[in-house]
Design a protein around this ligand. Structure first.
Ligand code: NDP
Length: 466
């Protein structure tokens, strides 16, 4: 296809969105190159979802050992965990997956350029290491995001982010994590499960702001139950090297508390990765949060420049970036304008137990002005019943009263992410409570609760007045 340009498409960033867009565009006949300054795979594969989930698995064994004993297994009194051997196995798998990304690009005829790329003109891209300039008819920016360290805090240089957690030389003795979002909660529980003294410092009262209130409370209590010290309503004031213990820092909080820790982690959000990209050289506009502004087709204000994934700060999830990348390829090289629908995207938080959520929270549903019915169930799934500390699980349906459409489903408990993937189909399809109820239960499962909730939940104060 390319004529006056070197490429039909030049993609910057070989993460989930960039790779999908590049491969699909090449399959449609475009001449495509993708530049990657680190390794193919992006945040999800290299320093996000994939290694994080391995860490969740590793951490969860502590509990499984206890459960196994209750089931009659004779296991050593103090089973030990070897961080270096786990870490190396995890990173070897990351290497394998990164290799697959590179091979898949190659198999579809996409040229992978393992260099940093910067935009130097509307159609011109400079490859920094080899110091050459190439041209492209279309440019796709898929550079993702980076962990935020935007905090004018004395001692910020003593902190690390999620990027470094996968490569620690040794397991920390005491880890302090700032933040109360996905990353803070997931890692707090990972490290607590691995036997690390763990403290989470959150500036408000309950973690996971934006999630359904029942989910937030359940996760917040779950963090404490799994041994995480949760300190709320305060933030870090300063971090200093401590004279008492080499390698340790003193974290002073605004409330006056002092914590001594060998790892201090910022999990205070992620920023679109646009630094030094040269967007100004092509006139690409950003929003006030520094994300690339795009329309529903992922097109920037410049006609031939598009952006997908976290760099656009729409819904920052891997599968969303992949769908945006696919829609881009259809639009630009498939002659079929395709806008990815960002409504009702299911997601999971891999706390322990994990969260699965699809659709509206109760608060969001009420804000629509519609009358809302709530169905809730809190129960102890059967697996734990013969242990001395059975887990709880929570399921909640948010239903619009007028037509009984299930607007949201929220689950916290083992397997919630697996369950929500299937329930997400029903929520996306706009099914009603009656259609949920008409579906036969699968027994014995925890998920059967979703089709057997009969009684509407009434707030305790209303119940008392009945
Ligand atoms: P989030 O935006 O989810 O959470 C950031 C947290 O840091 C919030 O609790 C916020 O508090 C707090 N915070 C922000 N600034 C400060 C500050 N200056 N001082 C103290 N606390 C602060 O970001 P994450 O880094 O956890 O995750 C980034 C994104 O990555 C997520 O939004 C998600 O899209 C994606 N992700 C998805 C995962 C999944 O699907 N399982 C896993 C991990 C990441 P407040 O609530 O007050 O704003």
């Amino acid at each position: 296809m390319a004529d006056q340009y070197d490429y039909d498409l030049f993609t910057i960033g070989a993460g989930s969105g960039g790779v999908r867009a590049s491969r699909m565009s090449a399959l449609k006949g475009a001449k495509v190159a993708v530049a990657e300054e680190h390794r193919p795979g992006g945040t999800c594969v290299i320093r996000g979802c994939v290694p994080k989930k391995y860490m969740v698995y590793a951490s969860n064994f502590a509990k499984q050992v206890k459960t196994a004993r209750a089931y009659g297994w004779d296991l050593p009194e103090k089973p030990s965990f070897d961080w270096p051997s786990f870490r190396d196995a995890m990173n070897a798998e990351v290497d394998r997956l990164s290799g697959i990304y590179a091979r898949n690009l190659n198999n579809t005829g996409v040229e992978l350029i393992e260099e940093r790329a910067e935009i130097v003109g509307p159609h011109e891209i400079r490859l920094v290491q080899s110091d050459r300039v190439v041209t492209a008819k279309h440019i796709l920016i898929a550079t993702g995001g980076t962990p935020s360290k935007d905090w004018d805090l004395p001692g910020v240089e003593h902190t690390i982010t999620s990027n470094e957690l996968f490569h620690l030389k040794k397991l920390p003795e005491h880890i302090v994590i700032a933040g109360g979002g996905y990353i803070a909660c997931e890692f707090a529980q990972v490290f607590a499960g691995l036997g690390v003294k763990t403290c989470l410092v959150y500036r408000r009262d309950t973690v996971l702001r934006g999630f359904d209130e029942d989910v937030r409370t359940f996760v917040h209590e779950g963090l404490k139950a799994s041994g995480v010290r949760v300190i709320t309503h305060t933030v870090f004031e300063k971090i200093e090297e401590t004279p008492y213990k080499p390698g340790f820092k003193t974290v002073t909080l605004k409330n006056g508390d002092e914590l001594i820790a060998d790892q201090v982690v910022f999990a205070i959000g992620r920023n679109p990765y646009v630094e030094g990209l040269g967007l100004e050289n092509a006139g690409v506009e950003l929003d006030e949060a520094g994300a690339i502004l795009v329309d529903e087709y992922s097109k920037t204000n410049v006609d031939h420049i598009y952006a997908v994934g976290d760099v656009t700060n729409r819904v920052n999830l891997t599968p969303v970036a992949i769908r945006e990348g696919a829609a881009f390829a259809e639009t630009v090289f498939g002659n079929k304008p395709t806008a990815y629908d960002h409504e009702l995207i299911p997601s999971a938080v891999f706390t322990q137990p994990p969260v699965g959520t699809a659709g509206l929270t109760e608060a969001e549903a009420r804000r629509t002005g519609a009358e809302i019915d709530i169905y809730k169930s809190r129960f102890r799934p059967m697996k734990g019943m013969i242990t001395d500390n059975p887990d709880w699980m929570m399921m909640k349906l948010v239903v619009r009263a007028s037509d009984q459409v299930v607007l949201g489903v929220h689950i916290v408990g083992d397997d919630a992410p697996e369950i929500i993937q299937a329930v997400g189909i029903a929520v996306k399809a706009g099914l009603t409570k009656a259609q949920f109820d008409a579906t036969c239960a699968v027994h014995p499962t925890a998920a059967e609760e979703l089709v057997t909730m009969k009684e509407k939940w009434t707030p305790p104060e209303l119940k008392a007045a009945e």
